[in-house]
Design a protein around this ligand. Sequence first.
Ligand code: FES
Length: 177
Amino acid sequence: MIATLSSKKQNRLPRILEHASGDKRFKILEAHMKKHQYNQDALIEVLHKAQELFGFLEDDLLLFIACKLKLPASRVYGVATFYHFFTLKPKGQHTCVVCMGTACYVKGADRVLAALEEKTGIKAGETTADNQVSLLTARCIGACGIAPAVVYDGVVTPRQTAEKAVEQLKGWTGHDH
Ligand code: FES
């Protein structure tokens, strides 16, 4: 398990902050931190919110939180890896996060998830045996206007159907399962 961040990763910060400015999920997360007055004691709470928004906690996200709360990245990593309820980046080569928030749910996110589970043969929270795809769920990712939304490899994708989701999977695996 990674406990600290290399200086190389720290150097990625400007790029992460630039990327974050165009992703609504980071804005929602920042609003949440602001609500807590960027209090460092709110770290666990903030990590929970981040996981709800992103489905899992990846390096860039942890660095973003460390930067905003002015905490050493090693501390944020330490907490994220210590508690079993936090999911770090899953091992699948591709990640697929289905938003199961209310707006997405009423527009059929459950059918999208069911189709993905059937196609991959895994349940949400798992990774395929060949490590190709990790399937996850999130709660409202801030894209309700384009519900149901699915995040494929970090790209928020609008108005998904079971068919579209399965097409995306085929694109990744290069063949029909
Ligand atoms: S409920 Fe899915 S984006 Fe809001």
